[in-house]
Design a protein around this ligand. Structure first.
Ligand code: NDP
Length: 284
């Protein structure tokens, strides 16, 4: 079997077009959805991510503010900036690019964002809402992975979904979203014994470990849908996922490539969350 390749780039364009219609409808009512992206420090990868987010806002006609603070910014200054953005009616979504420098407590920062503007979905209130089945803002990467399954017509209800990785930004929310859609969910971690026994039983396999090519074709159930969240840089400079694409595509039914799979969906869902935040604010 050769898997159907899930084209994240094309699906991301399609989803962005859908949200542009909603953004345009809001603008026609005099509300331009606004996103503030705050970055502290000079991390080159973070700067690229922030640049891409600001660019995506421009493409959708959203208002964006890019706030770049020096690496030695005191925590109190960052918190004061967030308080200012919380009170700014032109800003519907606030995102603080992680990681922040070590002298800043990231939990304190994330908790200071108004939950109604928490478009990353990391505030404990939004995490709790997701856990209790009342999702308000879904974290963008797993939300994007769910959207890929949806757009490919891959049903979730009753399936066995295995999520490898339990981070707060990918693994855990992914598992909760799959559970919400009535999958039977298994979460695997670095402590899981006989990982392959679990992955081979997955109808839907989501991998988010940050370990290049660790899931090989022999660990996959024939016909499974494989969503590879990982982004790893190989010594030759090329990007690869946490799944060994070449062997996996011979077994899986569907598979996301890296790059071009989940990656393009993350920023797309950030745009979606920003428009949704503006819709909620406008409805008040
Ligand atoms: P973390 O490092 O926070 O979490 C990795 C998880 O994988 C941990 O729960 C860890 O288990 C688990 N793990 C590590 N090794 C193994 C193993 N051998 N077997 C089973 N589980 C294992 O990573 P993130 O969740 O933040 O990111 C995961 C990957 O996704 C990375 O490659 C990252 O670059 C990528 N990513 C991509 C995004 C995108 O936009 N496409 C966005 C965010 C992340 P334990 O908890 O026991 O340590």
């Amino acid at each position: 079997m050769t898997a159907k390749i899930i084209d994240g780039k094309t699906i991301a364009q399609e989803v962005r077009a859908e949200w542009k219609v909603r953004a345009d409808a809001l603008k026609a009512r005099g509300v331009t959805p606004g996103l503030a992206v705050v970055i502290v420090g000079e991390d080159p990868a973070s700067r690229i991510y922030v640049g891409n987010k600001v660019k995506a806002c421009a493409e959708l006609g959203l208002h964006s503010e890019h706030i770049a603070l020096p690496a030695d910014t005191p925590e109190a200054t960052l918190l004061a900036k967030i308080a200012e953005l919380n009170a700014n009616p032109a800003i519907h979504g606030i995102l603080v690019q992680l990681p922040v420098p070590k002298h800043i407590n990231s939990d304190k920062v994330l908790n200071s964002i108004n939950p109604e503007k928490d478009v990353d979905g990391f505030h404990p209130m939004n995490v709790g809402a997701l856990a209790t089945g009342n999702m308000r803002f879904a974290p963008c990467t797993p939300y994007g992975a769910m959207k890929l399954l949806d757009k490919c017509g891959i049903s979730i209800e009753g399936k066995h979904a295995v999520v490898v990785g339990r981070s707060n930004i990918v693994g855990k929310p992914m598992a909760l979203m799959l559970l919400q859609q009535n999958a039977t969910v298994t979460i695997c971690t670095s402590r899981t014994r006989d990982l392959a026994r679990h992955t081979r039983d997955a109808d839907i396999l989501v991998v988010a470990t940050g370990k290049a090519k660790m899931i090989t074709g022999d660990m996959i159930k024939p016909g499974a849908a494989v969503i590879d969240v990982g982004i790893n840089r190989l010594p030759d400079g090329k990007l690869c996922g946490d799944v060994d694409f070449d062997s996996a595509k011979e077994v899986a039914g569907y598979i996301t490539p890296v790059p071009g799979g989940v990656g393009p969906m993350t920023i797309t869902m950030l745009m979606a969350n920003t428009v949704q935040a503006a819709e909620r604010a406008a409805a008040k």
